[in-house]
Design a protein around this ligand. Structure first.
Ligand SMILES: [Zn+2]
Length: 269
């Protein structure tokens, strides 16, 4: 498939708060370099199962531009023959110094049916506890499950840092999350014509609770929707965010960079 051309570089560097370079494929060093060339100087590589979490931790240990998060994805957890054994591996990986978050975990009512929901919620609760035990950010996948995600967080007690990855709610849900001090991470979906509710949500999100991500290779921003996504396409999404907020692009990039370092810690250590 054709790769979209690189967008105009950003003047102020920003990060990709959620990417899957293992699923993007190819040499991760090439993807990291292509991103840096347009001002996307730091990435968060996200694990979704034991193997990809291990891969993510290794990449972060080797690449100064990469930090990692580790977890069992909500659609993965119900399929595992031994959830507890897998959780033990995640817990071990979570203690590595360049693993800075627990995720993506959460609830998915779209892909997982009634039969998998008990295991999915049990896994989510275990990840919430792990984030609290390790003091690392909790990175949440929430698909058609806004109310249930908040219910579990209230029930377990939310960790200090909660990121809603690929924020998919409307203005009202955004206000609720902002009030709780959560971070809202917007993906390429915020550029889609049929998603005015996401631009409304971005508009009411304060700059110090805002993140930007690709979720690559998924959710490619406009005008390349349907083509493969990669971290070098972040400028398209961050420009859409600045437009939605009627804010200065450089200021938005600087704020997102600062927020990223507050949430995940420094990439330099
Ligand atoms: Zn993801």
């Amino acid at each position: 498939m054709t790769q979209p051309p690189p967008p105009a570089p950003l003047r102020v560097p920003v990060l990709d708060a959620h990417t899957h370079l293992d699923i993007v494929g190819g040499d991760p060093a090439v993807a990291i370099e292509a991103a840096a060339a347009v001002g996307v100087t730091r990435l968060v590589q996200v694990g979704v199962d034991v193997d990809s979490s291990r891969w993510s931790a290794q990449l972060a240990a080797a690449q100064p531009a990469v930090l990692a998060t580790v977890a069992l994805h909500p659609n993965e957890a119900p399929r595992l023959p031994d959830l507890d054994a897998a959780l033990r591996v995640i817990e071990e990986l979570a203690r590595q110094p360049r693993v800075r978050g627990i995720g993506e975990t959460g609830l998915d009512r779209y892909r997982t049916g009634e039969d998998g929901r008990v295991a999915q919620e049990r896994s989510f609760r275990a990840h919430v506890q792990l984030a609290k035990d390790t003091g690392k950010a909790l990175v949440i996948h929430d698909r058609d499950a806004h109310a249930d995600v908040l219910r579990v967080l209230d029930d377990e007690g939310a960790p200090d840092t909660v990121v809603l990855h690929c924020f998919s709610g409307d203005e009202q849900f955004a206000v609720e999350c902002v009030k709780r001090g959560y971070l809202l991470s917007f993906a390429g979906t915020v550029t889609f014509r049929n998603a005015p509710h996401l631009r409304e949500a971005a508009r009411v999100t304060p700059l110090d609770q805002l993140l930007v991500e690709t979720d690559a290779p998924f959710l490619t921003p406009m005008p390349y929707r349907g083509q493969p996504n990669a971290p070098y396409l972040i400028p398209l999404t961050v420009r859409a965010l600045a437009a939605a907020k009627e804010a200065d692009l450089d200021e938005v990039c600087a704020a997102i960079s600062a927020t990223g370092e507050r949430v995940f810690g420094s990439w330099r250590t």
